[in-house]
Design a protein around this ligand. Sequence first.
Ligand SMILES: Cc1cc2nc3c(=O)[nH]c(=O)nc-3n(C[C@H](O)[C@H](O)[C@H](O)COP(=O)(O)O)c2cc1C
Length: 171
Amino acid sequence: MKILITYYSGTGNTEKVANAIKDGIIGHEVDIFPVKQVDPTILKSYDMVFLGSGIYGFAINRKVTNLMKKATGLPSKFIYFYTHQSPNPWPEAFKSIESILERNKCEILGEFECCGENLKMTEEQRQTAMKNLPPEKRKEMEEHFRVVKGHPNVEDLENAKKFAQLIVNKI
Ligand SMILES: Cc1cc2nc3c(=O)[nH]c(=O)nc-3n(C[C@H](O)[C@H](O)[C@H](O)COP(=O)(O)O)c2cc1C
C-alpha cells in the first residue's frame, strides 16, 4: 500500500506521534509530511491516509480541514490521530471534515489520541485558568497539569506505533 501520514503540529507533540506511527508501518510505501507541504491534488494517489492535528480551541487546526476541502479525490481509508492537553479526549475533534469523508464514501479505520503538554501555556496562564475554581476542582486541575507534563511520552509513542501496526496488519 501507499500510505500518507500528514499532520498539523504547532509545538511538535503531534509530530512526535506522526513519527511513531511511521515507525509502526513496515513493508509499505510511507510518505510523511506536515499538511502545509501536501498538495491537495495528490491525496487520491494514496491507498490510506493517517491524518493528525493537535487540538486548538476544541478542534483540529484549520489547515487540516482546508487540505481536505481542497482535495480533488480521496483515498477510501482514513485514520485520525490527535494530541490534546485536556484529561479527556475530544470525540468530535474531526467533525469539520466528517461531511467531506461521508461524501467521498471514505472509511475511518481508527483513531489514536493521547495527551500533549501545552508548551505554549505559561505558568501565569495556568494560574489564571485555575484562579476562580473551587478548591476541589483547582486541585484536580493542578494534578492534571502535573500529569500531562512531558506528554506525549515514551509510552504514548510506543502505543501510537502499536496502533499503526494493528491498523495496517488488519488490511
Ligand atoms: C492555542 C492553543 C489552544 C489549545 N486548545 C486546546 C483545547 O481546546 N483542548 C485541549 O485539550 N488542548 C488544547 N490545547 C493544547 C494542545 O492541544 C496540546 O498541547 C497539543 O499536544 C499540541 O499539539 P502540537 O504540539 O502538535 O501543536 C491548545 C493549545 C494551544 C497552543
